[in-house]
Design a protein around this ligand. Structure first.
Ligand code: FES
Length: 98
């Protein structure tokens, strides 16, 4: 079994340990944090988060996710929670209005 990934959500400072491949919405649910979503496919841009630590612990963005973030004017430190899947180590993300 693959090692679990530690995911911390700011500003509430809640943490969950989840399997690689889990997206940040499901990781948030495991941590007791609700991440509001829309399309859940990386298209609508409802769920941006800022990666504060451990960007390498996330799988790279898909073309759809990156295109949506670009359209929103959000840089490489941002990810869409529905589309960003954890892969290893420790990740810290911040929720908010961006
Ligand atoms: S819910 Fe639409 S981009 Fe994530």
């Amino acid at each position: 079994m693959a090692e679990l990934v530690e995911v911390t959500f700011l500003p509430d400072d809640r943490t969950a340990w989840v399997s690689p491949g889990t997206n940040l919405v499901d990781a948030g649910a495991a941590a007791g944090v609700e991440v509001v979503t829309g399309c859940t496919r990386g298209m609508c841009g409802t769920d941006p988060v800022v990666v504060r630590e451990g960007a390498d612990g996330l799988a790279p963005p898909t073309d759809d996710e990156r295109a949506t973030l670009d359209r929103m004017g959000l840089g490489p430190e941002y990810r869409l929670a529905c589309s960003a899947a954890v892969r290893a180590g420790r990740v810290v993300v911040e929720l908010g209005s961006f």
